[in-house]
Design a protein around this ligand. Structure first.
Ligand SMILES: O=C(O)c1cc(=O)[nH]c(=O)n1[C@@H]1O[C@H](COP(=O)(O)O)[C@@H](O)[C@H]1O
Length: 239
């Protein structure tokens, strides 16, 4: 059984700055970090991201995927926001990842805490069938481990994966890489568009460093209570 503490990230997926502020305030002290992604950033802009980052630990999830120079320059432009975690796609390749890491090292060589660079492996909305549709004829598990090895070797601090791959990734890569795990659904909640899901307790027992939970919190009548229930479940799972 894992002894690491699994921390909870709430994904605040909304196009409304007011809504995100409302959730962030309600969830203060209930979650360990907030995540802002494509919807919020495109709709509300980077100043709005910055203002939310001032209050809470931030996972800035923009999943960059382009040629190495473009991704690295994009990360350099985002550095002033100082998030704790940032994402790029592992499928962008080793050079894209190593240039991204180098740019972050350079931007934070003044002693400020460098954001951790996470490589997204296989999206949790995909299964073996959807991988085959894009010409990847293997299981998500094998593909995640293959991409994970490459990404960590190239300089990623951690990986985004589903809870189903945590054990295999720990076997392959050890305890070093930070494993950030979306596709989390408390028992009985709707799966939505997620395919590779587990409960908070299952992810904690498997050894996730962070779980990412969006709609099960933001669609709840009482998001703070939903987050607290997940924290209680995480704690009970690792006692
Ligand atoms: O990078 C991510 O955070 C991410 C990767 C992935 O493979 N799957 C995934 O769901 N996510 C994000 O995690 C969040 C999950 O939201 P819910 O499905 O509402 O819990 C969303 O903001 C997704 O963008």
């Amino acid at each position: 059984m894992s002894i690491r503490r699994t921390r909870l990230i709430a994904a605040l997926d909304t196009a409304s700055h007011d809504q995100a502020q409302h959730w962030a305030a309600a969830l203060e002290g209930k979650v360990d970090a907030i995540k802002l992604g494509l919807e919020f950033t495109y709709a509300c802009g980077l100043d709005a991201v910055k203002s939310l980052a001032a209050r809470q630990e931030l996972f800035l999830d923009l999943k960059l995927h382009d040629i190495p120079n473009t991704v690295a320059s994009g990360l350099r432009a985002l550095a002033p926001i100082q998030p704790s975690l940032m994402t790029i796609h592992a499928l962008g390749g080793a050079e894209m990842i190593s240039r991204s890491r180098a740019v972050l090292e350079e931007a934070f060589d003044d002693g400020r805490k460098r954001p951790k660079l996470l490589a997204v492996t296989v999206l949790t909305s995909m299964n073996e069938e959807s991988l085959a549709e894009i010409g990847i004829n293997t299981t998500p598990l094998k593909e995640v481990v293959r991409l994970g090895r490459m990404a960590v070797r190239a300089g990623a601090d951690g990986l985004v994966c589903s809870a189903h791959e945590i054990t295999a990734l720990r076997d392959a890569l050890g305890d070093g890489p930070e494993l950030v795990v979306p596709g989390i659904r408390p028992a009985g909640s709707s799966t939505d568009d997620q395919k590779r899901i587990m409960t908070p307790a299952q992810a904690a027992r498997a050894g996730a460093d962070w779980i990412v939970v969006g709609r099960p919190i933001t669609r709840a009548n009482d998001p703070a209570a939903a987050a607290q229930a997940i924290q209680d479940e995480l704690q009970a799972a690792t006692l």
